[in-house]
Structures are given as C-alpha cells and as structure tokens.
Write a protein that binds this ligand. Structure first.
Ligand SMILES: [Zn+2]
Length: 225
C-alpha cells in the first residue's frame, strides 16, 4: 500500500491535483500551511485558497496541519505558537466542510532534522549540533510529527518532469514492498514561494502516472494517520 501526502498547500496546482485524485478515486492527506490559506500569497485570494481546502475535505481527503508559516527548525522557540495558529485554520476549514471536530494530524516543516545551536556552557557558550529541538516541544503540546518513507524533491522539478517523478515513486514503492512496509510518499502541491515558487505541475502529472501504474499492479492507497 502507498499513501500520498502533500505538504505546503494549497497552491496553484491543487485544483488539478484534486481533479486527478477524484478521477482515480484515491484519497490523500494534505498538510496545509495556514499562511497559504489566510494570506494566500500564491494567488492573492484567500477565499479561493479556502475553497480549495474545503473542496479537498468534502472529497474525502484528510486535512492536516503543517504550521502557519513554515519556520526553519532553528526557530524552534516559535514552533508551538505557529503550530497552534496553523491548526486553528485547519479546524475552521474542516468545520466549514461540515466535518466533526477531532485531532488534526501534524507534520513538521522540513521533517525531523539535526539543528545547529548555541548552548550555554561553563565558560560561555558552546556550538553544538542536536537532534531536532522541536521534538520535545511537540511532546509538550501533545502532538506527533507524521514523517514519510521518502520525499522526491518534487519542488525542484521542472513542469515536464512528471514522468521522472513517477518512475522514482514507483521504484520507492517497490523498495517498500520488498521490505514488507507501506510507502508514505512526501509530495508538495505548493510551497513558501521563497526558492522554488508555488507551481507543481510535475507533481500533478507524476501522481497521475503513479496511480495508473499502481492500479495496474493492484497496489492500494491509504491516508495517514
Ligand atoms: Zn513543507
């Protein structure tokens, strides 16, 4: 089995992605960015952004939280507030879609990382690399990070590279089958706009091809959690 998960949305290609998923009868998990809903810098139209997320919820997809502003891991002191701010937006969208209130799945921006920190030491300070300092923060607020079995750097692909992405995803699902585990695929239907913009045409086409190949091979899809 494989799970499709999409981070950073919504964005300009979310609508096309939802069309592909609906046509195939596949449900996915969307870890939304509060800012891409409430400020929607990718389109300048928060109502349009919100309508996309409501549509995803009504079509049976799981809506999760990816924080409000996608802060880098070294800004870990701010992560609890940013998590709660993003979660409130997702809860409001789910309510608008007519879904009952319940736990909101969560995924850390950038996933679990090693983070360089300056720590207090007896003779001043000490530069150190530590396991992600956001993890104890998550534990303290009772949330868990939902990781993936692979990402594919789909945010860096050109618009015509959907076939290349599909081949990488198919190879990864095959690896997982060999290991006896299910695949959790980390993809992106938008971004923060900072380095790679918001367009994700290769992701939409790659997902279309993966689903078609998966149907031929009798693979089944599931949603996380
Ligand atoms: Zn992200």
């Amino acid at each position: 089995m494989y799970a499709l998960t999409f981070d950073d949305g919504p964005g300009p290609d979310t609508s096309a992605l939802l069309d592909v998923l609906r046509a195939a009868g596949v449900r996915a998990t969307f870890f939304l960015l509060g800012r891409n809903l409430e400020e929607a810098p990718w389109c300048g139209d928060p109502a349009r952004a919100r309508a996309l997320a409501v549509r995803a919820a009504r079509e049976g997809h799981v809506l999760g939280n990816h924080t409000w502003s996608h802060l880098r891991p070294d800004r870990w002191l701010e992560v609890a507030a940013d998590l709660k701010r993003g979660e409130a937006v997702v809860r409001a969208v789910r309510a608008e879609a007519g879904l009952p209130d319940g736990p909101v799945p969560f995924r850390l921006p950038y996933g679990v990382r090693l983070v360089e920190q300056t720590l207090p030491a007896p003779s001043g300070t000490l530069g150190a690399v530590t396991l992600d300092p956001r993890l104890p923060v998550l534990a303290s607020v009772g949330r868990a990070h939902l990781h993936w079995t692979s990402d594919f750097e789909d945010w860096a692909l050109g618009p015509a590279e959907g076939g290349k992405l599909a081949a990488k995803m198919i190879a990864h699902v095959e690896q997982c089958i060999a290991l006896g585990i299910d695949a959790v695929l980390d993809l992106h239907d938008s971004g923060t706009g900072s380095s790679f913009g918001y367009q994700r045409k290769a992701t939409v086409e790659g997902v279309r091809q993966l689903i078609a190949e998966g149907q031929r091979r009798k693979w089944r899809s599931f949603t996380v959690p």
